[in-house]
Design a protein around this ligand. Structure first.
Ligand code: PEP
Ligand code: MG
Length: 588
C-alpha cells in the first residue's frame, strides 16, 4: 500500500521531447523486456499454477477474438486474418504441454515456464529458412506477450483505450506505439529511456503530445492512477503535484499559449529575412494525411515524408498500389509545392513488427541492417516503393530521396534500381514525371566527406542531422545515458555542415536540413549563415522558426557562421547562437 510519504510532491528532471503542459493520472505501460518474476512453486501448489495458465489462455483467446472482430470491421478480413494465427498459438497443444512439463521439471512459477518455452519456439522459428514459418515467430512473440500480461494481471484492454485521459508512463515506447495513439487519447508521454532525436519523441512532437524522455526510473516511482504533471517545455515531471504547483503551471500554460498564438499569426507571413532573402521552410510528415495540415503551420511543401511509418502501421509489407495511393494523396494535397518522399528507413529504432522475420535481432541496430542497406538487399520491396513514388510523381511536384547513403557506389546502385523501375513503367506506358528530382540524405560521415562525389550523381542533398550527429560524435541518439554528449553545436558538426554545403554549391545542388536541428529556432541563423538553402521540420516547429527567419538579416547570419567556424566549444557555440536569436527575436 502506498504511504503518505509516497504522495509527497517529487520533481524529476528528464529530457524535453515534445513541448506542452499536461496533468492527469498515470497509466503505466510496461513493455516486454520488463523482468518477469521468478520464484519456486511447492509441488502441492502446482495445480494452482496450471489453473492460472488455463484462465489466462481463456482470457487471452477472448481478447484476441475481440481485436480480430474490430480489425475486421475497420480494416477488412484480410488484415484480420493474422489474428487467426494468434488464436492457433493459443491452441497449440505442443506449446502448452511443454510449458506444463517445464513446470514439473523446474518447479518455477508458470509465467517463467511459459516464457522459457515460448522463447525456445521463437528462436526455432526465427532460424528456419522459410518465410512463412519465420513469420510464426512474430505471432508467438505477440501472443506470448499478451498471455504474460494476463498472467501478471496487467491490462486486459487495449493500450489505446487505457491511455485515454491518462499520462502514459513507460520504460520505452516504440515509434509505432506512439504513432498508433489517437492524439486525443493520451494527455502526455513519459519514458525512462530515450532522447530528443529518438523516433518516438519525433512522433510525439508531430502529434503535439507533451512528452519528456530519459526519466531513468520513473516507472518504478509512479503507480497507476498517481497524479502527475508534465512540463514538456523544460523536460520536468512533477509526481503528486500540490495545488500551488498546479496553479503555477496553469499560469505558465496561459503565457505559453499566448506566445504560440503570436507565433502562429506571424507564420502566415512569408519566410523572408529582413534583408529580403526568401527561405524555403518545409514540413516533416509521417503520414500522407499530415500534408495538408502542415501548410496551415506555414510550411511550403513537405521536405521529408518518412514513408516507413506506412510500413510500421501495417501488419504486412504495403503493396505498390497501397503506397501509390498514399504518395499520390500527399502529392495532390501539397501541389504545386514539392513533397520530398524518402524511401524506406526501417531498422535502427524502427524495426517493422509486421515483418519481424526481415529484421533479425542485432547488437548495433543503428550500424546495421537499416534504410538503404535493407532496400538494396530486399530489392522487390524497394522496387515496389520506387514504382509507387514514380507513379505518384505524375500527380504533383514529387521528389525522391534515399536515406543513409554512405558513398557514391551505394548511390549508383540505388539509382540503377530506380532506372530499372523507370524502364518498366515506360514499357507499360504508365505515366510518371521523367524529370523527377532525386536527392540523397547526408547523414553518415563518409557521405559528408565525399559530398563532392555524391553531388555529381544526384539533384539535391538533405542533411539528416539526427543521424549525422550520432555517427560523428559516436553518441547513440536514443540512449539517455549519453544524451548530454549529443551536441548539435559540436565544432565537428559545424565544420561538417560547412563542407557539405560548399561541395553541394560547387555542383549547383541545393541543400536542405531535415533533422531536428532545423526545427530549433535558435540554430536557424547558423544553418542559413552556413549556406543551407532550405529547412524542414515537424509542423509545430514551423511558426517559431519562421519568426526567427523574419527577425534576422542573412548578412548577419553569414557573419555569425563565420565567427562560429573559428570557435572550439560546443557550449560556447550554442550560447552564441542563443544570444544572436534573443537579440533579434526580442527586438521584434
Ligand atoms: C535524420 O537523421 O536527421 C533524419 C531526418 O532522419 P530520421 O530522423 O528519420 O533518421
Ligand atoms: Mg536519419
Amino acid at each position: 500500500m502506498p504511504t503518505e510519504r509516497d504522495k509527497t510532491e517529487t520533481t524529476l528532471q528528464g529530457i524535453a521531447a515534445s513541448p506542452g503542459i499536461a496533468h492527469g493520472p498515470v497509466f503505466l505501460h510496461l513493455q516486454s523486456d520488463v523482468e518477469l518474476p521468478s520464484y519456486d512453486i511447492a509441488p502441492a501448489r502446482r495445480g494452482e499454477e496450471v489453473a492460472r495458465l488455463e484462465r489466462a489462455l481463456v482470457v487471452t483467446r477472448q481478447q484476441v477474438q475481440k481485436i480480430k472482430a474490430e480489425v475486421e470491421k475497420n480494416l477488412g478480413s484480410e488484415e484480420a486474418r493474422i489474428f487467426d494465427a494468434h488464436l492457433l498459438v493459443l491452441e497449440d497443444q505442443a506449446l502448452i504441454g511443454e510449458t506444463l512439463r517445464e513446470l514439473e521439471a523446474s518447479g518455477r512459477n508458470i509465467e517463467r515456464c511459459f516464457q522459457q518455452v515460448a522463447q525456445r519456439y521463437i528462436q526455432a522459428f526465427d532460424n528456419i529458412d522459410d518465410e512463412y514459418l519465420r513469420e510464426r515467430a512474430g505471432d508467438i512473440r505477440d501472443v506470448a506477450q499478451r498471455l504474460l500480461q494476463n498472467l501478471l494481471g496487467q491490462s486486459a484492454q487495449s493500450f489505446s483505450d487505457l491511455a485515454r485521459g491518462h499520462v502514459v508512463v513507460a520504460n520505452d515506447l516504440s515509434p509505432s506505439t506512439v504513432a498508433g495513439l489517437d492524439r486525443s487519447q493520451a494527455l502526455g508521454l513519459l519514458t525512462d529511456a530515450g532522447s530528443t532525436t529518438s523516433h518516438a519523441a519525433i512522433v510525439a512532437r508531430s502529434m503535439r503530445v507533451p512528452a519528456v524522455v530519459g526519466l531513468r526510473d520513473l516507472t518504478t516511482r509512479a503507480g497507476n492512477g498517481d497524479m502527475i504533471l508534465v512540463d514538456g517545455y523544460a523536460g520536468v515531471v512533477i509526481l503528486h503535484p500540490t495545488e500551488q504547483t498546479l496553479f503555477r503551471y496553469g499560469q505558465i500554460q496561459l503565457r505559453k499559449k499566448g506566445q504560440e498564438q503570436r507565433l502562429l499569426e506571424a507564420s502566415r507571413r512569408p519566410a523572408v529575412t529582413r534583408d529580403g532573402v526568401a527561405v524555403a521552410l518545409r514540413a516533416n510528415i509521417e503520414r500522407a494525411a499530415e500534408a495538408a495540415p502542415a501548410r496551415e503551420c506555414g510550411g511550403e511543401g513537405v521536405g521529408l515524408f518518412r514513408t516507413e511509418f506506412l510500413f510500421l502501421d501495417s501488419p504486412h509489407v504495403p503493396t505498390e498500389e497501397e503506397q501509390y495511393l498514399a504518395y499520390q494523396a500527399a502529392a495532390e494535397a501539397i501541389a504545386p509545392a514539392p513533397v520530398v518522399i524518402r524511401t524506406l528507413d526501417l531498422g535502427g529504432d524502427k524495426p517493422m513488427a509486421g515483418a519481424a522475420h526481415l529484421f533479425p535481432r542485432e547488437n548495433n541496430p543503428f550500424l546495421g541492417y537499416r534504410a538503404i542497406r535493407f532496400c538494396l538487399d530486399q530489392v522487390p520491396i524497394f522496387k515496389d516503393q520506387l514504382r509507387a513514388i514514380l507513379r505518384a510523381s505524375a500527380h504533383g511536384n514529387v521528389r525522391l530521396m534515399y536515406p543513409m547513403i554512405s558513398g557514391r557506389e551505394e548511390l549508383a546502385r540505388a539509382n540503377a534500381v530506380l532506372a530499372e523501375c523507370r524502364a518498366e513503367l515506360k514499357a507499360k506506358e504508365v505515366p510518371f514525371d521523367p524529370a523527377m528530382q532525386v536527392g540523397t540524405m547526408i547523414e553518415i560521415p563518409s557521405a559528408a566527406i565525399t559530398a563532392d562525389l555524391l553531388a555529381q550523381d544526384c539533384d539535391f542533398f538533405s542533411i539528416g542531422t539526427n543521424d549525422l550527429i550520432q555517427y560523428l560524435i559516436a553518441v547513440d541518439r536514443v540512449n539517455d545515458r549519453v544524451a548530454h554528449l549529443y551536441e548539435s553545436t559540436h565544432p565537428a558538426v559545424v565544420r561538417t555542415l560547412e563542407n557539405i554545403v560548399k561541395q553541394a554549391h560547387r555542383w549547383k545542388r541545393k541543400v536542405s536540413v531535415c533533422g531536428e536541428m532545423a526545427g530549433n529556432p535558435v540554430y536557424a541563423a547558423l544553418l542559413l549563415g552556413l549556406g543551407v538553402d532550405e529547412l524542414s521540420m515537424a509542423p509545430p516547429q514551423l511558426p517559431a522558426v519562421k519568426f526567427a527567419v523574419r527577425a534576422m538579416k542573412l548578412s548577419d547570419a553569414r557573419k555569425l557562421a563565420k565567427e562560429i567556424l573559428e570557435m572550439s566549444s560546443a557550449k560556447a557555440i550554442h550560447a552564441r547562437c542563443e544570444a544572436f536569436y534573443r537579440e533579434r527575436v526580442q527586438a521584434e
